[in-house]
Ligand binder design. Structure first.
Ligand code: 1PR
Length: 533
């Protein structure tokens, strides 16, 4: 193979770099993995997608001698592209579980976003860049949104000013990218969507601009529109996208078959083309079938992630499991397999309910729950908790110990209050914990985001449960995804205007082609809500 088409990739095995690999291959390049420090020194171009926690990454780099190789490669001004933590590690130190020393090539420190001023942490989603100097690789991005997902960021100071090629505003102005000579690093993800043009230019500096700079209008973090695919095997054993009414996915005919709305890989590809900001797969029978036994689902992820360059979330069945042969799998192994197959984030439903119940009962964080283990290894930005609550009306808020809200529409017997009961196993079993209590507990246990469904609204097309979404998005400082009930573009502007949701998710209207994603985006734009176009 010609040296020109080879990219050296530094993957120290701490997490998911499959999406970076997919993007590099999609652009027509081959990947050579770094095995030894010498491979770094021999690289003609090196991509370093940092993942996981800062301290853990530094530990691996120094144990293997890669730290010195990296420093000398960069000091020689060899072509380098650091991504996310691969940017942060170039600085002097990080506050993440620290202070911890970094590679020290760039003056300055990495600190945590401050969530006290109303900005949710992690910073997840599509945000705008302020390009401060010619970087050689950012030209195509212009004013478009690029994808960020992180809780820590490097700050501009006088001494690192000469390095900075762009900044981003999120509560404060942080460093979005650096460039000096052939050395580049970006805090955002160039393997996602418009970011691919950055990767293309780094890999092939002579490539022509694909988009005129400055044609977009991005100015701040965009509200996300997410397409969700509920996936399960039908009675013939084929994996299909299905969609329920209040979680009931069977047709009400004599055959009682599972509703079939299409093929998962095809639909995900379609939604990517239509402008979805993210795609979620929920393996809705994961609670009873072992997901690692479900090879088709892992295949779906692999195929989808090869061509879909927006974040992919996968949920269903993440928990400890012992198979029929007595072999034990930890929830971390299950999640790792999802990440390896192409997921950017995983989502936990039932198991998070049990974890929260236990935490509220004992007040002790054991560190052993799936939620805690997975977020410790992959970072909390990679862990979503999916809540499946059902409305329970009450006459008087004092009737229950749980948090109630005054509902906009009274219940069947004129009840003016409700609490939202969490369920497990796809809504089949109610638990003695409310969505409010759960949300606060899982935030403390390490969830990075909440996917907030509502069984009452699911599939009804009458709009999101604004009472519930307001309650939860005001209670936590992590991003909340509003879900269940979208029936028209106006429902999206309503949920963003009336609540602090960061994203809105829909399934049925997209599957049935009632409302294209683009119409939702255009409607939001007209309503003055920032979206990625
Ligand atoms: O408990 O960790 O195994 O995870 C199971 C996952 O599967 C959970 O995230 C749970 O929400 C999901 N799930 C289980 N059963 C169902 C079901 O429908 N029978 N689907 C299910 C969840 C809700 C959303 C849906 C929105 C939007 N469905 O996924 O996409 O309500 O729908 P709409 O826009 O058509 O109203 P675990």
């Amino acid at each position: 193979s010609s040296g020109d088409s080879v990219v050296t990739l530094l993957d120290y095995g701490a997490g998911n770099v499959r999406s970076v690999r997919n993007a590099i291959r999609f652009l027509g390049f081959e990947i050579k993995d770094v095995q030894t420090p010498q491979d770094i020194l021999n690289a003609s171009r090196l991509v370093f997608p940092g993942v996981g926690a800062f301290a853990a990454a530094m530990e691996v780099l120094s144990k293997t001698g890669m730290d010195e190789a990296l420093c000398s490669y960069i000091e020689k001004d060899r072509p380098f592209l650091g991504i996310c933590l691969g940017l942060q590690l170039l600085f002097e130190s990080s506050e993440e579980n620290g202070p911890v020393k970094g590679l020290g090539l760039i003056p300055g420190t990495v600190g945590r976003f401050d969530s006290s001023n109303g900005f949710r942490v992690p910073h997840i989603g599509w945000n705008a860049l302020q390009i401060t100097k010619d970087s050689g690789i950012l030209d195509d991005v212009g004013n478009h949104h690029v994808y960020f997902v992180h809780s820590y960021r490097a700050m501009p100071v006088y001494d690192n000013n000469e390095w900075i090629s762009s900044t981003c505003d999120y509560g404060d102005k942080f460093i979005a990218s650096i460039r000096r000579g052939n050395v580049h690093a970006v805090q955002f993800h160039p393997e996602k969507n418009v970011g691919l043009s950055i990767l293309r230019r780094f890999l092939n500096p002579k490539s022509n601009m694909t988009k005129k700079p400055g044609e977009g209008k991005a100015s701040k973090l965009a509200k996300r529109v997410i397409a969700c695919l509920d996936v399960r095997a039908n009675d013939k054993g084929d994996l299909v996208v299905t969609k329920g009414d209040q979680y009931d996915v069977r047709e009400h005919t004599n055959e009682n078959e599972v509703r079939n709305l299409g093929k998962p890989v095809d639909l995900a590809g379609q939604y990517y083309k239509d402008g979805a900001d993210e795609v979620s797969f929920l393996n809705i029978t994961g609670f009873r079938d072992f997901p690692l036994g479900d090879l088709p689902m892992l295949q779906v992820l692999r195929y989808t992630s090869e061509n879909v360059f927006v974040p992919l979330t996968v949920g269903g069945g993440i928990r400890d499991f012992t198979d029929s042969t007595g072999r034990y799998y930890s929830s971390l192994e299950v999640a790792s397999e999802y990440f390896r197959s192409g997921a950017d984030k995983i989502s936990i439903g039932s198991d998070a309910v049990y974890a929260a119940e236990e935490y509220l009962r004992t007040g002790v964080k054991t560190g052993k729950t799936s939620l805690e283990q997975i977020s410790r290894v992959y970072g909390n930005q990679a862990v979503v908790v999916s809540i499946d609550p059902r409305r329970v009306y009450v006459k008087d808020p004092n009737d229950v110990q749980l948090k109630t809200v005054r509902v906009s529409n009274p219940g069947p017997n004129g009840e003016e209050y409700a609490w939202y009961q969490c369920t497990v196993n796809g809504g089949r079993e109610g638990r003695p914990i409310g969505a409010y209590e759960l949300a606060k507990a899982v935030e403390e246990l390490g969830a990075g985001e909440i996917l907030l469904n509502c069984i009452d609204c699911d599939g009804q097309g009458k709009g999101f449960d604004v009472d519930l979404i307001k309650l939860i998005s005001d209670a936590v400082s992590i991003p909340v995804i509003a879900s269940s009930g979208a029936g028209a573009p106006a429902h999206f502007s309503e949920v963003f205007n009336k609540t602090n949701a960061s994203a809105a998710l829909a399934a049925g209207i997209f599957h049935r082609k009632e409302v294209p994603i683009q119409s939702v985006k255009e409607h939001l734009l007209k309503a003055g809500i920032e979206v990625r176009l």
